[in-house]
Design a protein around this ligand. Structure first.
Ligand code: ATP
Length: 605
């Protein structure tokens, strides 16, 4: 009853293409145990969780379920519960999970009632839309919709986010209860050591997509160095012990019950204080000196202070009480600075110079001009030879631009399917004839080819347009339009408004795409796991089309509120632009290339 992860690598794909997140991960998750996945933001916890759940394909290595139901017995609750809710009512949300089990109505109602009781949600929410619930209620519902399927494994991503103190207490109790009742396995990706360390049997520390350490909570309590190495810091009980140690009060660590909870810590402090009180029969300074010499302050035996400035500052920030509030704030600021400096160091390489794709380094006006020139050239074509040359020119542009292939293909694919259908349909010839000849069906290849040629041209123009979209940010696009057509403002033409509108339209393309991905993932994760690892089934499509529309509308509303907050409503008010555009030598070369491609296309026409 174990999940074995061996040499697993995994990538996630976003608007800018695929990015490897996990590297050669080896670990085991035992049933009956609660395992924590702990690591800094972006270290790959969610990705590992989703890979184990079968929602992300492994790019190498394998995951073995040493039990009967395999990945189908896994229930996952996402980091943002709203990412997994999609139905019109809470009732249908829960029923959706139960659909593949083919239960009787009474059984299904019973399971729903029990699941709601377990998460302490009242049955009165059943008729409400999940989207009207509060953040904490959504999390409870997400958990209920997982509990209802009675999975063997419970995978929770940042489960304490958006819960209040009482909510966290309830959650930890629910996880404990579930684990004891089902004897199932629990994997929790979290930063919240205070809440989950006391529950855990094992902690797996992730750092930049790799496992940096594995330890039991008791081992970490005695030797917290791996927590610093992974850039995480300590649970507050550990911080308290560390601070007391600096004052010469040594908190003894019991081997079996490490002081992870406030109650256990209070007990340990009480024991330590009593010892110290007894010692103060001697003059106080001697007692302190003796304590400092003879007792081992918490963590000192193993806590060799980390050498890198970032982690040293993090250690300083993790020791609050000793030096007063001011120094705590100062060290927290230093730690933050050090971390962000480290972050910039990591990400800077990818952002600058050679690492950046050619198209991203070009001025958006240049890209727009080149796209126009090539699109005009493509639209001039009337012969198959010309279409072939257009296709070659488009491939040249795609390769030179360095635009990501996957999103390009994802956006082009539906159009290609639609085109093929239209081509087939346009070639159909139906005749209802006379009584003697009857109904006849034929296919006019010539008409179909004509349609194919038209669609091929549109597809190529679309790819050229997408190249522009995928390599131009909304801000660049807006500035480019404002600069290009700015002169028209003299004649009171609303150039800024037009530029903003056009750039918002562009901005919405990736948003819709991300939303569709999110909903597909949610539907797959909850199709009681029967279709995990397989593409979405057609009959699941309605489950995400309406939520997709709703969420696009919600995004539009959020955006309009944000814009209003930034003064976009105030007519005539000019805003300062943070983005300066400059044409360079590379732009001249790109325009020359565009003109050359147009010349080739005119020659081929
Ligand atoms: N859809 C995506 N597109 C692009 N990058 C992504 C996508 N999903 C995740 N990533 C990147 O993958 C890396 C790991 O992300 P992941 O969500 O697994 O980290 P995490 O440890 O769970 O972080 P957090 O604690 O902030 O939730 C991050 O750098 C993140 O930016």
């Amino acid at each position: 009853m174990t999940i074995v992860v061996e040499g697993v690598s995994a990538s996630v794909s976003g608007a800018n293409g695929a990015k490897q997140v996990l590297y050669d991960v080896d670990c085991r998750f035992e049933t009956g145990q609660i395992t924590l996945l702990v690591g800094r933001t972006g270290s790959g916890k969610s990705t590992l969780l989703q890979t184990v759940a079968g929602l992300i394909e492994t790019g190498g290595g394998k995951i073995t379920f040493e039990e009967e139901r395999g990945a189908s017995g896994v229930g996952i609750v996402f980091q943002y519960p709203e990412h997994q809710l999609f139905a019109r009512t809470v009732q249908s949300e829960l029923e959706y999970t139960l659909r593949p089990f083919r239960l009787s109505k009474a059984e299904s109602e019973g399971r729903i009632r029990t699941a709601l009781e377990r998460v302490k949600l009242s049955a009165s929410v059943l008729e409400r839309s999940p989207f009207t619930l509060s953040g904490g209620e959504k999390r409870k519902l997400a958990l209920a919709s997982t509990f209802v399927a009675e999975p063997d494994w419970l995978l929770l991503d940042e489960p304490s986010a958006s819960l209040d103190t009482e909510g966290v207490e309830w959650l930890t109790a629910a996880v404990r209860e579930w684990s004891a009742r089902k004897n199932g396995g629990v994997i929790i990706a979290t930063h919240d050591l205070d809440a989950f360390l006391p529950l855990a049997n094992k902690v797996i520390l992730l750092r930049e997509g790799r496992i940096s350490a594995e330890a039991s909570p008791a081992e970490l309590a005695r030797s917290p160095q791996p927590l610093f190495d992974a850039g995480i810091g300590l649970a507050s009980s550990m911080r308290t012990a560390l601070s007391l140690g600096k004052h010469g009060i040594a908190v003894e660590l019991a081997a079996d019950v490490p002081p992870m909870t406030p109650a256990a810590m209070a007990d340990a402090i009480w024991q330590a204080s009593r010892k110290r009180l007894l010692a103060t029969k001697e003059p106080e300074h001697e007692a302190v000196a003796a304590a400092a010499q003879t007792r081992i302050p918490y963590g000192a035996e193993s806590l060799a202070y980390p050498q890198s400035p970032g982690s040293r500052a993090a250690v300083a920030a993790a020791e609050p009480a000793a030096d007063g509030a001011e120094s705590v704030q100062e060290s927290a600021r230093t730690a933050e600075k050090a971390r962000s400096a480290a972050d910039q160091g990591e990400s800077g390489a990818g952002m600058s110079g050679a690492g950046e794709s050619l198209a991203r380094r070009l001025d958006p006006r240049t890209k727009w001009l080149v796209s126009m020139l090539v699109s005009i050239g493509i639209l001039l074509q009337d012969r198959w030879l010309g279409i072939g040359v257009s296709a070659i020119c488009t491939v040249v542009l795609v390769l030179l631009s360095g635009a990501p292939f996957r999103p390009l293909w994802r956006w082009t694919k539906p159009f290609l399917y639609f085109s093929l259908f239209s081509v087939g349909f346009s070639g159909l010839q139906l005749s209802f004839g006379t009584e003697s000849s009857g109904f006849e069906i034929g296919f006019a290849a010539e008409t179909a080819l004509l349609t194919l040629r038209q669609f091929a041209k549109i597809a190529l123009v679309m790819i050229v347009g997408l190249l522009f979209t995928f390599t131009t940010t909304q801000m660049q696009m807006k500035r480019a339009l404002e600069i290009t057509f700015g002169a028209l403002e003299k004649w009171k033409l609303p150039v800024s408004a037009f530029a903003l509108g056009a750039s918002l339209l562009l901005r919405f393309i990736p948003i819709i795409s991300q939303e569709a991905d999110r909903l597909k993932l949610a539907v797959r994760a909850r199709s009681a796991s029967f279709s995990k690892g397989k593409p979405l089934r057609l009959r699941d499509a309605p489950a995400f089309v309406i939520p997709l529309l709703l969420s696009v509308l919600q995004n539009a509303e959020d955006l309009s509120v944000a814009m209003e907050a930034r003064g976009y409503r105030i007519a005539g008010q000019r805003r300062t632009s943070a983005l300066k555009l400059r044409l360079g030598r590379l732009d001249v070369k790109a325009v020359a290339l565009g003109a050359a491609l147009l010349a080739v296309l005119i020659a081929a026409a």
